[in-house]
Design a protein around this ligand. Sequence first.
Ligand SMILES: Nc1ncnc2c1ncn2[C@@H]1O[C@H](COP(=O)(O)OP(=O)(O)OP(=O)(O)O)[C@@H](O)[C@H]1O
Length: 578
Amino acid sequence: MTSVVATATTPKIAINRHVNSVLFVMNNSYNYSLPTHPYLTAPYISVIVHNAAEYSRSLPTFPNNHRSTTITKTNEIGGAVGRVVAKLGMGELATGGGWGTSFDGEKGLPLIAEYGGFFLDIIRFMTRHRLTACPGFRYFGHYIVDFVKNRLIVTAEFDSRDESYSWILNWLSEHPYSARATQFSVSTTISRTGRPLTGEGIDALSPPIYFLPSAGFHILTYRCRLLWLSHKQVISPTGVPLESISISALGRSRALIQMLITEARHIYIERDTSRTIIFVADQYGAWRRTRSRPKRPLDTIVLDSTLKQSVIEDLREFLTSEQWYSDRGIPYRRGYLFYGSPGSGKTSFIYALAGELGLNIYVINLSSKGLTGDTLAELVTDTPTRCVLLIEDVDTAFVHREKGEEKNNVTFSGLLNAIDGVAAQEGRILCMTTNHVTRLDPALTRPGRIDVRCFFDLATRSQARELFARFYPHLPPDTRLPSEFAARIPEKKFSMAALQGFLMGYKRDPEEAVRKVEEWIESGGKGEEYGDNENGIGDGNGEEQKGGEGENSVASVTNVAGDKELNVTMDGNESDWE
Ligand SMILES: Nc1ncnc2c1ncn2[C@@H]1O[C@H](COP(=O)(O)OP(=O)(O)OP(=O)(O)O)[C@@H](O)[C@H]1O
């Protein structure tokens, strides 16, 4: 029999690989050999003994004759062992049988029970009764399983609240196992928190069908290695249905599972390359991927082409000048303000720009109820280094600042801190939109926060002509219909959104659209099935929108830094904006 020796005064531990007993030597006055079972592994016993030896210093001296132990001493020792057991994280084991009570109620050999509590009593009970693996495993099973798991199995967990969950679902849907599985779930979306993702939902012509392993346990292979997968559905404490997937493989190396995750992410991102992904801030201050849109080509935005080119070039230059900013100690950020009439293409232009540059869009709604200054700052910090951060209708949030009547949880200074505080993410492009530029506080639009301002006006005739031509792309090249349509549209009276709405009523009949447009104009742009857009009608003046310099332009861009004339008008004069 090999023994493990623990002494109270000099805790020396010698563990034999095939340990089958533990010998306690306490001050040389008391020895006790605790037989163990071969199924209790040496490392496991060693942990117990090591900790017991550490604590044994504080134990009272053992009596020479342990059989004469009094109840008082029993309790003292039991308490000490209880502390040992608690330290080992096995507190529940020490309480089950009660101190000083033998596990099997047997008299005569109470020492272990009395001095060791329930935990040691169990060992004694097992060995006395020659009980082998079965009850031992039942009792210590989860420790053994944990031990084996930690040393022999690699597991990765994926939670449906995280983006990585979508990667794995997507990967699984393409794995041959999903096509073969006899227990599978059918889905038309690869969804996270129930929301459709790429190419799914209303923008898909015919919804795709995904076959996924159903909830439960599955075994599959990856690169000729065995994997097992557990797919669980749970309800969170707040009542939200959640899902989790854990994928495990034999071995201690994480390489295989890391490879799988990288591959899953790659496949998933590949699906998105032709799309712009939109993230929206949720009420808990975290980014949630909401949807993805096919990238909108820039030429579908009917604006002065020089203007579009100027903005795109400005952005491209920014994205490649990190070192330039760093050399001069300038925060590496760029701010754009898109202002002007409602429905003139501000948001559409931003989406098209993001698509052109391959950036994702992170949308913040300042009026969102749960949003506070702190969560806003966190959100801005959490954006990736290359992205478009979009704050729409920024005027609506702080119109009453001077009266101290801010309607939101986010204060004006909270917003300023978030967008240019030290924690604000480097490399991000901030885009703000407003229909009422004069209502904006100058502090918000000062250079450094806003570097480029783009003005969008109501539709001109030339815009109307181009819109018509794009709407009916199959018209013969020599057709006069676009010009006839444009000739009937008053200059800067209607928004592009309103004109588009009108044309939607005549999707397949351009001649009819031209015939009906005057009638529509006379009705003030109302009454058409798709053309009823109250916001679409301007006063033809748009004074509030112009900011002083855009009167003759459909859209104009001003570079606040004054280092580059982008288009149409440019003066870089702050006073024009206040
Ligand atoms: N210049 C334009 N070129 C092409 N389509 C446009 C243009 N302006 C507006 N539209 C169309 O009108 C609709 C509304 O446009 P968008 O939301 O971009 O306008 P907006 O200026 O952001 O409006 P708001 O200020 O009300 O948010 C979109 O469907 C868009 O395609």
